[in-house]
Design a protein around this ligand. Structure first.
Ligand code: C5P
Length: 248
């Protein structure tokens, strides 16, 4: 299994391979091996191709350079079911796995316990276990509509603290939340940040963005970057340019 690193600037980049197409994901991961810190496969890919698709991409990526896998499946169910889901994906040896913090601390603890037990049984390193706090697609009005009167920002901090208390390693957060969570949860809590755009890049559907350099300076550990890399004519060159920006 490939383990996350933070020694080189490109290690900070986790490339989002948002496609249902195995061949495209394999081609991108081969082109980007050694140029990024890891690959992220999420619900679109997993629901189209299942564990075997994940194995195919992870193996292709790691043929030329060890490439950690972020399995972005955002588990959210009762503790027993989430524990079972974690157990089911552990043979894929993900470097990062995530759950929804709003599933509660018992659910998060069950995920952590199962990841720890299964890692020992399989003889692999336990994945970094990360929680999603409040989806960035939800604003205060959306939260109020589901009976959550707390402003989104306060809810993010509350769930980040709950995540830390449950023993998980960190959270996925927007660039706007990095500084506040860092202050609340300390230097060792891992912050994984999407919504990153190199200076001058197309925003796509992302509204609140930061450059790679700004996000790292604010305290991000890893950057999730999709289209600025995967949509480039030369994805490897785009990743290298972002790494250079991180390093500058
Ligand atoms: O292409 P782009 O760089 O916008 O891709 C960002 C990735 O991060 C996508 O996989 C997206 O689902 C994910 N993400 C996000 N915003 C969040 C959480 C995850 O863009 N708040």
């Amino acid at each position: 299994m490939a383990i996350l690193s933070k020694t080189k600037p490109h290690d900070r980049i986790l490339v989002a391979l948002d496609t249902p197409d195995v061949d495209r994901a394999v081609a991108l991961s081969q082109a980007l091996a050694g140029q990024v810190g890891g690959i992220k496969l999420g619900l679109e890919f997993f629901n189209a191709n299942g564990p075997q698709g994940v194995r195919d991409v992870a193996q292709a990526a790691s043929e030329s350079a060890p490439t950690p896998l972020f399995l972005d499946l955002k588990f959210h169910d009762i503790p027993n079911t989430v524990a079972g889901a974690v157990r089911s994906v552990m043979p894929l040896a993900p470097a990062i796995l995530n759950v929804h913090a709003s599933g509660g601390s018992t659910m998060m603890a069950a995920a952590l316990d199962t990841a720890t037990t299964e890692a020992a049984r399989l003889g692999i390193v336990r994945p970094m276990l990360i929680a999603v706090t409040v989806l960035t697609s939800l604003d205060d009005g959306d939260l109020a509509a589901v009976g959550q009167a707390t402003p989104a920002r306060d809810q993010v901090l509350r769930l980040a603290a709950l995540t830390q208390k449950a023993g998980l390693d960190g959270v996925v957060c927007s660039s706007q939340e990095i500084a506040a969570i860092r202050a609340e949860c300390g230097p060792d809590f891992k912050l994984i940040v999407p919504g990153i755009r190199p200076a001058g890049a197309a925003l796509g559907d992302q509204k609140r963005v930061m450059t790679p350099k700004q996000a790292i300076a604010q305290g991000a550990d890893y950057l999730v970057i999709g289209r600025p890399i995967t949509g480039a004519d030369d994805p490897a060159a785009a990743a290298a340019a972002i790494a250079a920006e991180v390093d500058a």
